[in-house]
Write a protein that binds this ligand. Sequence first.
Ligand code: FDA
Length: 388
Amino acid sequence: SARPELVVVGSGFFGLTVAERVASRLGRRVVVLERRGHIGGNAYSERDPDTGIEIHRYGAHLFHTSNERVWNYARRFTEFTGYRHRVFSRHAGGIYPLPVNLATICQFFGRAFTPDEARALIAEQAAEIHPAEVTNLEEKAISLVGRPLYEAFIRGYTKKQWQTDPTELPAAVIARLPVRFTFDDRYFDDTHEGLPVDGYTAWLERMADHPDIEIRLRTDFFAVRADLPAGVPTVFTGPIDRYFDHRAGELGWRTLDFEREVLPVGDFQGTPVMNYADEDVPFTRIHEFRHFHPEREHPTDRTVVVREFSRFARPGDEPYYPVNTPADRSRLERYRALAAEETRRRMVLFGGRLGTYQYLDMHMAIGSALSMVDNRLRPFFEDGTPLG
Ligand code: FDA
């Protein structure tokens, strides 16, 4: 095949957005290297073999954005359903809407509250701990929502997510906890929200479908880098610490384990996501994927559910969420300096979730890839501006 003008490592939303723009807007040939046997990174979805229901292999993905440019860009490749995300939480034999809103408060405290009454109640309960006295996550959460709601909906869930008691977690893990004093129970408050009508994989495949984009699956960059043509710029969206052989230490990640089960019922939980707030249940939540697409035909005699377990990642695990300890932050500073040097010396740009050690929603990954094309790659290809 013809000599590529850009190598992209990773075919997630970041890598595919870069590849698509550089091929179709800048008219350059792009090779995308992907370690896995499929494109799409963590947004990849597939048909469950037993039920035909679309499942998200690497955890549930809900698309939402207030960024008009990202929304318009996404709609070149897919239409979106009118799906609106809602989450419920099981606690002590009851089921409550999340994030905490007026319905949650009325149900939890067992009576009717006006918005002002509920606000006064939560303020009084939160006053137990003054913000200036906060030393850990537990105290921070109590100072925001009060002890009763913290103990019901946050303590057990957070402990399971982090395998760490909230009294031993830094307060900075949570900046705010949304409490709504209305009956609005929508999870996201972005302008645009929906699920891709034909599924995530169809959307991702349309992005990759361009004569100047060549995708090489099951190809690890580190196994083939010596054979890549010299002098071709690279956009690297794999783990930044791996790129530099962990020379400044390993960056910490949390990972998830997923347990899939097919059940002989038409509807298991009546909603896509049920959180399990209590400590005595080992998983954090159950997804029932049929409910993401109520507009589709699904079997009525069986359903597929996925239980989600959270833990610290070991080498070889999928990295999902940055742990972000102070030690991680200082390692990241060193990697950023190495990355800047690598951009200057070898024309390698780092991007995406793994390449920047940042949790990015899909719309953020797409938005930052569009910016990389605007600010770095277009000037490079069209004006000869050096990358670094
Ligand atoms: P992504 O991880 O998707 O892609 C990186 C790719 O690089 C992978 O395909 C990997 O195999 C490849 N790669 C790595 N090293 C390589 C190497 N050495 N050689 C070749 N290829 C290599 N967002 C949102 O908007 N709504 C949501 O509901 C969710 N939900 C969600 C749940 C979970 C559990 C996670 C972990 C993430 C989400 N997200 C999300 C975030 C979403 O997954 C994220 O925005 C995108 O994955 C970011 O895309 P990237 O391309 O940056 O990384």
